[in-house]
Design a protein around this ligand. Structure first.
Ligand code: HEC
Ligand code: HEC
Ligand code: HEC
Ligand code: HEC
Ligand code: HEC
Length: 146
């Protein structure tokens, strides 16, 4: 015979499993959403808006680049799929280290790393690649369209 205590235990366990189940579903949905690549991004700047067709740069039917061709630090790692400006906030004053570096590094190991500001990081990466492939815009007005 099933005692009342055993029954309570079973119900308790069922509820725990339900909570864990819903929780991990929500967690998966959340991480899937965070890692979903954007279709296109509109950057606003003092020089005018820039439209970046993110998906076109990665799709096999587009230009077919790998995520880590651009999301470069750390190499080949999902943790690099984030905003460039999380790290590109330079130039930094001597001795200053960004919080975002300390997630992975010791202060002393990165204190002398030169890190460019966001605008330069974009310009350097976008334009260098367009030059390399002799395709894609290199002139100011071809990117800053509005
Ligand atoms: C041609 C370069 C390039 C490639 C290839 C690329 N990305 Fe991006 N991605 C960017 C840029 C630039 C941003 C904008 C970052 C910012 O706003 O600072 C971005 C933004 C993102 C964001 C939003 C980050 C945030 O928190 O704002 C995610 C997620 C992302 N990319 C995932 C991916 C995935 C997944 C792939 C591979 C399928 C990929 N990217 C391939 C350049 C690229
Ligand atoms: C997690 C931190 C981090 C993120 C995020 C990051 N970078 Fe960097 N980036 C660095 C570090 C550190 C360096 C300098 C050392 C090196 O070359 O790895 C660097 C160097 C560069 C350089 C070479 C120096 C320069 O400015 O010309 C470019 C270009 C660049 N990053 C562009 C980007 C772009 C574009 C994104 C977003 C798609 C991005 N980075 C995201 C950390 C990061
Ligand atoms: C998500 C973890 C992570 C973050 C955040 C991160 N790094 Fe790194 N970093 C790594 C790993 C892993 C390596 C080893 C080589 C690689 O994968 O690039 C590395 C290597 C380095 C190197 C030596 C090799 C190189 O690429 O020049 C420097 C310098 C460096 N990181 C500086 C920084 C700075 C500065 C920041 C913050 C702006 C930063 N890192 C943020 C994980 C990280
Ligand atoms: C790794 C290489 C690479 C990087 C990095 C890159 N691009 Fe491109 N981009 C290309 C290539 C290749 C083409 C042209 C393909 C063609 O015309 O067939 C292109 C085309 C374009 C075009 C014109 C067609 C379209 O898709 O709208 C724009 C605008 C553009 N890129 C913006 C950017 C911006 C902004 C960045 C930086 C945030 C960037 N690209 C970074 C390789 C790159
Ligand atoms: C390949 C596309 C592309 C080209 C070419 C380009 N830009 Fe940009 N520019 C961008 C993107 C992307 C941003 C980033 C906006 C942000 O910070 O979110 C930007 C930001 C800026 C900014 C504001 C941030 C900063 O660095 O002060 C200025 C000013 C600027 N661009 C001027 C120029 C000028 C001048 C030229 C020509 C010499 C030019 N850009 C060429 C894509 C481009």
């Amino acid at each position: 015979m099933v005692s009342k205590k055993q029954l309570q235990l079973a119900y308790g366990l069922a509820i725990v499993l339900l909570v864990v189940g819903v929780g991990s579903y929500a967690y998966t949905a959340l991480t899937a959403k965070v890692l979903d690549e954007p279709v296109r991004i509109q950057f606003k700047s003092v020089a005018g808006k820039v439209l970046f067709s993110h998906k076109m740069h990665t799709a096999e039917t587009g230009y077919g680049f790998a995520c880590f061709d651009c999301h470069h630090h750390p190499e080949d790692d999902d943790s690099s799929l984030r905003a460039c400006g999380d790290c590109h906030q330079g130039p930094l004053e001597e001795g200053v280290v960004l919080e975002s570096c300390l997630d992975c590094h010791e202060q002393d190991d990165v204190v002398d790393t030169e890190i460019t500001k966001k605008g330069d990081a974009f310009h350097d990466q976008c334009i260098q690649c367009h030059q390399e492939f002799e395709a894609g815009p290199e002139e100011c007005s071809q990117c800053h369209i509005l």
